[in-house]
Design a protein around this ligand. Structure first.
Ligand SMILES: *[C@@H]1O[C@H](CO)[C@@H](O)[C@H](O)[C@H]1NC(C)=O
Ligand SMILES: *[C@@H]1O[C@H](CO)[C@@H](O)[C@H](O)[C@H]1NC(C)=O
Ligand SMILES: *[C@@H]1O[C@H](CO)[C@@H](O)[C@H](O)[C@H]1NC(C)=O
Ligand SMILES: *[C@@H]1O[C@H](CO)[C@@H](O)[C@H](O)[C@H]1NC(C)=O
Ligand SMILES: *[C@@H]1O[C@H](CO)[C@@H](O)[C@H](O)[C@H]1NC(C)=O
Length: 388
């Protein structure tokens, strides 16, 4: 079962910091080398002897800038960070950090080979945070319950906005952005807002375990199956009390209201007997395969793109990258596997599994960036300085 702690800061692989203190010396700058030893291994740069990493030359992007960039040779950020340092640590396996002294997120132990999984208390804290977000009115934001043309109430002097809870705001943003009729460029953003405690990190669900069992569908996490109804959650889970909002895509247009909080979450993992292809979760190999798709995205930059990492992790292409209209894999397959609220595009965030399914998708992207370099996303010579 397995929820691992993860940093969802996808951009963490970019050199976001400036320079390690040990390297910021006259000798350090003159040598062009920033390869400190881990504190526990003095005299062993990057922990090379201990097998943690090695000091290597940095290969920076050498493609020329576009014609609209007039500062060639004058900006320290060009070919970052080689103006300052041209050799840094490259860490092996699960080791991480500028000196390879740390473990990658999700790993711990002296050899960074122990999975970090949630303790009983951490599981409880996570479920409680979701529950609180579902119950607490958003302190700052309200939603419009009418189209702009009807935003003034019947008397022309009131306005049609409503309070919404923090979690429901997240559901609503997604609903608003996927809906074809509203043309809203919504962003499903929550993060810090949803989690009232800033020290809280989001875990993820490794859904690529194959088989037909939802291992996080237990009462201490996302809720077990009810013993009375295949499609419902066990009454021992707080999530059985949650009510789905924005149930019908048409409500907003036909009723002039959106969120009619009546039905519970439905979920029947592996239950879609009419569609056997979505009765199994993705396989571990599918993640390995999609990480090998080298190009971030390909024309037409849509759900029909082939050999596109973006379209592959999203699950419209086979895990190996080739587009095939009947395929549903990775992210999409994990949604459809749930056969219920979490499998319907406009409703899916109503099932809290959505959060964990997406943090894992982000974690795959994070790993792809780690392997291919953040520069891999900039495919056009005009964007070379923008990949920070
Ligand atoms: C690396 O940087 C050092 C110090 O600035 C410089 O002397 C050296 O020539 C550089 N090496 C390469 C390959 O650019
Ligand atoms: C991290 O460690 C585990 C356990 O030793 C290993 O199975 C896994 O392949 C390692 N990950 C990487 C990226 O090396
Ligand atoms: C919305 O929430 C605010 C702050 O909690 C409260 O003052 C206000 O009365 C609420 N409005 C409605 C319509 O419930
Ligand atoms: C949901 O919408 C229906 C149709 O308009 C309405 O009859 C019902 O009262 C609404 N329920 C709630 C809880 O708002
Ligand atoms: C769930 O599976 C049943 C049986 O195959 C199917 O009829 C139904 O449409 C599915 N529901 C969702 C939301 O996927």
């Amino acid at each position: 079962m397995w929820l691992y702690c993860v940093s969802v800061l996808v951009c963490a692989v970019v050199v976001s910091a400036q320079f390690p203190r040990e390297c910021a010396t006259p000798e350090g700058l003159r040598s062009g080398q920033c390869c400190p030893a881990p504190p526990a291994l003095p005299g062993d740069p990057c922990g090379f002897v201990a097998g943690r990493g090695q000091c290597v030359s940095i290969t920076a992007d050498v493609r020329p800038h576009g014609p609209q960039y007039p500062h060639d040779g004058r900006d320290d950020r060009e070919r970052w960070p080689v103006r300052f340092f041209n050799r840094t640590c490259q860490c092996n396996g699960n080791y991480s950090g500028y000196n390879c002294a740390r473990c990658r997120h999700g790993w711990s132990g002296a050899n960074c080979d122990q999975r970090v999984s949630l303790s009983t208390d951490e599981k409880r804290a996570f479920v409680n945070a979701l529950e609180q977000a579902k119950r607490t009115t958003h302190p700052d934001l309200v939603i419009a319950t009418r189209h702009y043309s009807d935003i003034f109430g019947p008397d022309g002097n009131t306005v049609e906005f409503e309070n919404i809870t923090i979690y429901n705001y997240f559901v609503w943003s997604h609903y608003y952005s996927v809906s074809k009729t509203f043309l809203g460029a919504g962003q499903a953003s929550f993060g810090g807002d949803m989690l009232l405690d800033p020290s809280f990190a989001l875990p993820y669900w490794n859904f690529a375990i194959g088989g037909n069992t939802c291992d996080i569908c237990t009462d201490d996490l996302m809720g077990a199956r009810s013993s009375f109804d295949m499609n419902s959650l066990s009454p021992n889970s707080v999530f059985s009390q949650w009510r789905v909002i924005c149930e019908s895509v048409e409500d907003y247009d036909t009723l002039g209201t959106i969120c009619n909080k009546t039905s519970p979450i439905r979920r029947n993992p592996a239950g879609n007997v009419n569609r056997p292809m979505v009765q199994r979760l993705p396989e571990p190999q599918d993640v390995a395969d999609c990480l090998q798709v080298n190009t971030f995205d390909t024309p037409p930059f849509y759900s029909t793109s082939s050999e596109s990492f973006r379209n592959t992790v999203e699950g419209y292409s086979a895990p190996q990258g080739n587009y095939d209209p009947i395929v549903r894999s990775l992210h999409n397959l994990a949604h459809l596997f749930l056969n219920g609220t979490g499998g319907q595009t406009h409703l899916s965030p109503n099932d809290p599994i959505f959060v964990l399914l997406h943090t894992f998708t982000d974690a795959i992207f994070d790993e792809w960036l780690r392997r291919h370099g953040s520069g891999a996303i900039a495919t056009n010579s005009d964007f070379h300085l923008l990949h920070v």
